[in-house]
Ligand binder design. Structure first.
Ligand code: ZN
Length: 294
């Protein structure tokens, strides 16, 4: 499958930076893995795109970012994890959740997410991960991310996200961008930027029209001198593997493992992010009981 694409740029006067992403293939992959409802395609698709954009802002190889929405809506917990390049994976507790469309006919993402808390967990190689949180404002994801940066990280940010869903529930187009002001921005640039963003059509429309991330950046930075920085390819990627599940089972300890054995092996585990199943035979569980530290 073709990869999704990102591009980034900075204004020549150092006032603002942008990262834009065309994420259709990531969202389509999520549809295939999770069998998402129409509204959940938009909800998880937006969250995946946001996590990917936010992850790509991490500084160092090996850093990861988790974006989590713990709302009281029918979607349940929505969890997305990105690496430092923007490769991303995610799941929702209830992939089939639905909510009646809004009065303007738009998918009611806020209705499936509900009220609650949004978490941003950055694992940047310190002893403890950085955990930031903010209240879910609308549950529409982009607005929540914008508010998170303003309140929790004090970085003036505009996040725009969009997902269009086909009748057959596949992803028609998806993408988004994240604009952040840098310290001591020029008024002229921020005014122009604000005007540009106000006059933009919905971001999903831009990507549906076939614009590349570079072309979207050109629209957002219209009339502003800027330099394109690196561009890249990102995808839906899971990092699970049999040994991860082996270690997780082993860490349960002798007592719980014996319980699993009594319930009847083989023990089947399934990855929430990619749906991959890992099966552990009775003998392996017995070996674990022997090897378990406690
Ligand atoms: Zn997996």
């Amino acid at each position: 499958m073709k990869e999704s694409k990102t591009a980034r740029a900075i204004t020549r006067d150092g006032s603002a930076m942008i990262i834009a992403e065309e994420s259709s293939s990531i969202v389509q992959r999520a549809c295939e893995i999770h069998g998402l409802s129409k509204t959940m395609t938009a909800a998880l698709g937006r969250a995946l795109t946001a996590a990917s954009l936010m992850g790509a802002l991490l500084k160092n190889e090996g850093d990861t970012l988790t974006l989590q929405f713990r709302g009281d809506g029918p979607a349940g917990n929505i969890c997305c994890v990105s690496d430092w390049r923007g490769n991303v994976r995610g799941y929702a507790d209830n992939p089939g959740a639905e909510a009646a469309p809004k009065s303007d006919g738009k998918l009611n993402v806020g209705g499936v997410v509900g009220d609650g808390t949004m978490y941003v967990i950055k694992d940047i190689g310190m002893d403890e991960p950085y955990v930031g949180l903010s209240e879910i404002v609308s549950g529409e994801i982009a607005e929540d991310v914008t508010c998170y940066y303003a309140k929790s990280e004090q970085i003036p940010t505009v996040c725009a996200l969009g997902v269009r869903v086909n009748k057959d529930l596949s992803c028609k187009a998806a993408g988004g961008f994240l604009v952040q002001l840098l310290p001591f921005p020029e008024d002229l640039t921020t005014d122009r930027l604000e005007e540009n963003i106000k006059s933009l059509p919905a971001v999903s429309e831009l990507f549906m029209d076939g614009l590349t991330p570079e072309q979207v950046i050109d629209r957002v930075f219209s009339g502003i001198d800027y330099d394109l920085l690196e561009s890249g390819e990102v995808g839906y990627r899971c990092t699970c593997g049999r040994d991860k599940y082996y270690r997780a089972l082993l860490s349960l300890g002798k007592e719980e493992l014996t319980g699993l054995l009594d319930e009847g092996a083989p023990v089947e585990t399934r990855c929430d992010f990619c749906g991959e199943k890992y099966i552990f035979e009775r003998q392996e569980i017995k070996d674990m009981i022997r090897d378990a530290k406690r």
